[in-house]
Ligand binder design. Structure first.
Ligand code: ADP
Ligand code: MG
Length: 231
């Protein structure tokens, strides 16, 4: 469903944000992207949601080759993706419910089906009771749940999460992480960038580790085949 083939990305002439990255994420999979700050995790996600194009190599997402696709197909592809960020990115002047509804309104969904869909995802993330609250009235963990509800409302194939627990305390981190796992158990693929190794080690999900733009470990590949990366 997501396939990188020999992907290089450079933002400046003298450095590479991504070096020869190849991997495949299957439908329904849960995969971590790990690595230190600056390793290239966000760059991988930005290439997936076509915020960036590879300098060379191929990025395929849900049947589209992002370099070759038509410009007008980009919104169509993005609608198949849900995206959440470390800093939530909610609209401050809209309630939880309105933030989620907005993601449907921009796609031209009929008004009559917006409200029930919004309540369904708010219930799924455990926030139905706070539908009318503004972001400033919610804790960090609750704001991230709203952002996750917004990402889910279009029934995405994959949820992309860039350090989704980076601004949360331990307890909220556990809650949001469990929610992402529940969403995955319901069939949505999750690709989660995190440098929180305690989370990564608490489960046995697929793990792709980046170091200075290169994939140095992929748990889907036998260590021997991967070129004997010692961790
Ligand atoms: N828009 C950009 N312009 C220039 N350099 C960038 C840009 N985005 C990322 N980089 C560089 O690419 C490398 C990888 O960054 P990033 O993917 O954000 O890493 P991570 O998310 O793992 O912290 C870093 O060296 C970063 O400085
Ligand atoms: Mg990042």
């Amino acid at each position: 469903m997501i396939r990188f083939r020999k992907v290089f990305k450079s933002f400046r002439a003298d450095s590479l944000a991504l070096k020869d990255a190849s991997f495949h994420i299957a439908k329904g999979e849960f995969a971590f992207l790990t690595g230190h700050s600056g390793a290239g995790k966000s760059t991988v996600l930005r290439l997936v949601y076509v915020d960036q194009l590879p300098t060379s190599g191929e990025v395929r997402v849900s049947g589209f080759n992002t370099t070759r696709m038509r410009h007008r197909d980009v919104p169509k592809l993005r609608r198949r993706l849900g995206i959440v960020f470390q800093d939530f990115r909610l609209l401050e002047d809209r309630t939880a419910e309105e933030n989620v509804a907005f993601a449907l309104e921009v796609t031209g969904v009929r008004r009559s089906i917006i409200a029930p869909k919004v309540m369904r995802v708010l219930t799924q993330v455990g926030l139905a009771a706070k539908a009318g609250a503004y972001p400033r009235e919610l804790s960090g963990g609750e704001q991230q749940r709203v952002a996750i509800a917004r990402a889910l409302v279009n029934d995405p194939l994959v949820l992309l999460a860039d350090e989704p627990t980076g601004n949360l305390d331990e307890r909220a981190t556990r809650g949001v992480f469990q929610l992402l796992r529940d969403i995955n158990a319901n069939g949505t693929a999750v690709l989660m960038a995190t440098h929180d190794l305690s989370l990564v080690r608490s489960v046995s999900h697929r793990t792709i580790e980046l170091q200075d733009g290169a994939i140095v470990y992929d748990s889907a590949i036998d260590d021997g085949e991967a070129g004997a990366v010692v961790r």
